[in-house]
Design a protein around this ligand. Structure first.
Ligand code: GRF
Length: 207
């Protein structure tokens, strides 16, 4: 059997999306292997999960480093694993152009809002405060701007009148756990092109 495409996952914390990717791989919904999990924080719970699963782990701390220096260190850590794609899963640092350009169109992120609405931190609270009736999650290609690159897939969830940031976050997270593996599976295994900002999957065209 040919080797599945290799993914390196970058995390900073809990790692529930990392778990969702691992589960999707186990179930055959995502045809890939997790080559490594890299965290900027040694105490990230997701790192412990990866280690339990026998996935190679690395810590590349950002402390005391500029963004460019941290990205250079990350690049050095990621490259030996020769990933097809790099998946950001709750990774809380911005990547420098040196990194995003080295893996152009091969880095994905998941964000808990329907971008371009509510980029940045506390997206669920931003959505509640604004009063939107629908929110959701977005998988996008990563460029050097925050939560900005071309959109791969989005899933919507309702915002309910009695939602708190926590209840809305939980509803969105459930959508994230389905959407992220599905988006990565498509990127890896279906032909697609980038037309301006639009990610166009060939199989969805022209019916
Ligand atoms: C998720 O809500 C993700 O969309 C955002 O950060 C959170 C990470 O959660 N980028 P987890 O670490 O995957 O549980």
């Amino acid at each position: 059997m040919t080797e599945q495409p290799r993914l390196v996952v970058l995390i900073s914390g809990r790692g529930s999306n990392l778990r969702a990717l691992a589960e999707a791989i186990r179930q055959g919904r995502l045809r890939a292997t997790l080559a490594a999990v890299i965290s900027n924080r040694a105490d990230a719970p997701g790192l412990a999960f990866a280690a339990e699963q026998g996935i190679p782990t690395r810590v590349v701390s950002h402390v005391g480093l500029s963004r460019a220096e941290h990205s250079a260190a990350l690049l050095g850590a990621v490259r030996p694993y020769e990933p097809r794609m790099i998946c950001l899963a709750g990774f809380m640092r911005l990547l420098a152009p040196s990194f995003t350009q080295a893996f152009a169109h091969r880095i994905v992120n998941i964000h808990p809002s329907l971008l371009p609405a509510f980029p940045g931190l506390e997206a669920q609270r931003q959505a509640l405060d604004y009063g939107v009736k629908v929110s959701g999650c977005t998988v996008h290609l990563v460029d050097e701007e925050l939560d900005h690159g071309p959109i791969v897939m989005q899933s919507a969830v309702p915002v309910l009148d009695d939602d708190t940031p926590e209840t809305l976050a939980a509803r969105i997270l459930a959508a994230e756990h389905k959407t992220y593996p599905a988006a990565i599976e498509r990127l890896l295994h279906e032909p697609w092109t980038l037309e301006g900002r639009r990610v166009v999957f060939q199989s969805s065209q022209g019916t």
